[in-house]
Design a protein. Structure first.
Length: 430
C-alpha cells in the first residue's frame, strides 16, 4: 500500500485529491490522506463580497468531507515534516493527542499568510472588514469635529492586485449604500484610498483592461496612489511615500492585501526556500526531495516569460494541484513526469457594482458583461452544488433589498471599561 499525504485544504490540496480520486479503483493499493487545520475549503474569490456583506460567510465555506469520496481526511495542524524518515507530525490539542503520519509521497499545500515586510506597526494595526466599517460609520455619524470625522470615514487599502482592487470596489459600494442610513454622513465624505507600489493595478492583466478598471474606480470616487509605498500606520495616520514626495493620510482603518508569504511552519522546514516559499522544479517537485511536491501559496515558481513569480491566485493553485496529481500517478506507475506550464484560461475581476473586467482566451470583455461572466464562471467553479444555490439566493437578495448594516457581536466581552475622550455637548446630534 502506497500512501499519499496531502497537507492543506486549499485550492491546491483539494484539487490534487479530487484528481487522484478519479484514478482510484475500488481495489486500489494507493491510500490518500488529506490533512488540514480546518475541515473546510474557503472559496476565496468571493471573500471581498463576504467582507462587504453581499454574501453570507458560511455560503463560501465548503466542507471537505463532502468533497472527498475515496480519500480520507484528518483535521490537524502540521507541526513538522521530516523527509528523512518520511513522517509528518501534528500538534496535539487539549482534546486530542498529537500524532505522527508516515507517507510514501507528500504534497505540501499549506497556503500562506499576509506578509507585512517587517512593518510590525502595520501587522498590529491593520484590520481584516464589515464590523469595522459599521463601527466607523456609527462613530462618524455622531462626531462633531470635522477632522476626526474625515479620519473615521477614510479607508486605506494597500495593494492593487486582484484582492485589493476587488476589495476596494466592494468596500466603496458598501459605504455608499450604507450612508443612506446615516443622516449626518454624505457620500462625498466617504473616502477610499488604494496604495500600490507598481505603476499600474492588476499586474499580469491586459494593459487596456487594467486601464479601464483604473478609470472606472476613479470615476466612482476611489483615490489611487500608484508607485507609492506605505511606510507606517498607527491607527490614526498612514504614511505614504513615493519618489520625490510623501503624504500623511489621516485614517483609522487600513486593509492589507499587498503581500503574501508561506506559513511559518514551511519557512522553518528543511526544504530550500526563496523569499519564504518552497523552491520547486518544473514538475513542482521540491528540490532535493524526490516524491515531495509543493503547490499553492507556499511554493515559488517563476513565470518564464516575465521572469517574476506567478501571482498567488486560486486558479494557479488548482492548476498546480492537477499537475501534481498527474505526476504522482506517473511516479507510482513508473511513467515520465509532466512539466507545469501555466497558461490561464481566463483572468477576471469585479471592480464594483455591475462592473468588471475579463480576459478569456484572448477575448477582452469589460463592464456589465464581464461582471455577469465573473459570477457565472466562479459559481460554476464552486465544488458543492448546495453552496451555489445559497450564493444565488444571496445575490438575488442583494439585487432586491438594501444591504444589511447590522454589526454582529459573537460573544459578550467583559473588557475593563476605559475612560476615553468624552464630548462636552451631546444635544447637537442625539
Amino acid at each position: 500500500m502506497k500512501r499519499i499525504v496531502v497537507l492543506g485544504g486549499g485550492f491546491a490540496g483539494v484539487e490534487c485529491v479530487r484528481q487522484l480520486q478519479r484514478g482510484l479503483r475500488s481495489n486500489s493499493t494507493t491510500d490518500i490522506l488529506l490533512i488540514s487545520e480546518q475541515n473546510f475549503l474557503l472559496f476565496r474569490p468571493m471573500l471581498p463580497q463576504v467582507a462587504s456583506g453581499t454574501i453570507n460567510t458560511r455560503n463560501i465555506v465548503m466542507p471537505i468531507r463532502s468533497i472527498l469520496k475515496k480519500a480520507r481526511f484528518y483535521e490537524g495542524r502540521v507541526r513538522a515534516i521530516d523527509p528523512a524518515t518520511r513522517q509528518v507530525s501534528l500538534w496535539g490539542t487539549p482534546e486530542m493527542t498529537g500524532i505522527t503520519v508516515n507517507y510514501d509521497y507528500l504534497v505540501v499545500a499549506l497556503g500562506g499568510e499576509p506578509d507585512f515586510f517587517g512593518m510590525s506597526g502595520i501587522k498590529r494595526n491593520a484590520f481584516r472588514m464589515q464590523n469595522r466599517v459599521m463601527d466607523m460609520l456609527e462613530q462618524a455619524n455622531n462626531e462633531p469635529d470635522e477632522g476626526a470625522k474625515r479620519a473615521l470615514l477614510t479607508f486605506v487599502i494597500v495593494g492593487g492586485g486582484f484582492s485589493g482592487i476587488e476589495t476596494a470596489g466592494e468596500l466603496h459600494d458598501l459605504l455608499v449604500d450604507a450612508t443612506k442610513h446615516y443622516p449626518a454622513i454624505s457620500r462625498d465624505e466617504v473616502r477610499v484610498v488604494v496604495v500600490e507600489s507598481r505603476p499600474a493595478i492588476l499586474p499580469g492583466f491586459a494593459e487596456n483592461l487594467a486601464k479601464f478598471a483604473y478609470k472606472a474606480l476613479v470615476r466612482r470616487g476611489i483615490e489611487m496612489r500608484l508607485q507609492s509605498r506605505l511606510m507606517s500606520f498607527d491607527r490614526s495616520e498612514a504614511e505614504v511615500s513615493w519618489e520625490g514626495g510623501s503624504e500623511t493620510i489621516h485614517a483609522h482603518t487600513l486593509i492589507w492585501t499587498a503581500g503574501f508569504t508561506a506559513v511559518n511552519m514551511v519557512q522553518r522546514s528543511v526544504f530550500k526556500t526563496v523569499n519564504g516559499k518552497i523552491a520547486v522544479n518544473d514538475h513542482l517537485e521540491v528540490e532535493g526531495y524526490p516524491g515531495v511536491f509543493a503547490a499553492g501559496d507556499c511554493s515559488l515558481l517563476m513565470d518564464p516569460k516575465l521572469g517574476v513569480p506567478y501571482a498567488p491566485t486560486g486558479h494557479l493553485a488548482a492548476a498546480q494541484g492537477k499537475i501534481i496529481a498527474h505526476n504522482l500517478s506517473a511516479k507510482i506507475n513508473g511513467q515520465p513526469l509532466k512539466k507545469f506550464r501555466y497558461k490561464p484560461e481566463y483572468q477576471m475581476a469585479v471592480i464594483g457594482k455591475r462592473t468588471g473586467v475579463a480576459l478569456i482566451h484572448g477575448i477582452r470583455i469589460q463592464g456589465v458583461a464581464a461582471w455577469m461572466l465573473w459570477r457565472t464562471v466562479f459559481l460554476y467553479k464552486m465544488p458543492v452544488f448546495s453552496k451555489r444555490l445559497r450564493v444565488i439566493v444571496d445575490w438575488t437578495g442583494d439585487l432586491l433589498f438594501d444591504r444589511d448594516i447590522a454589526r454582529l457581536t459573537f460573544m459578550n466581552r467583559q473588557d475593563e471599561a476605559k475612560d476615553y475622550r468624552s464630548l462636552d455637548v451631546v444635544d447637537e446630534f442625539w
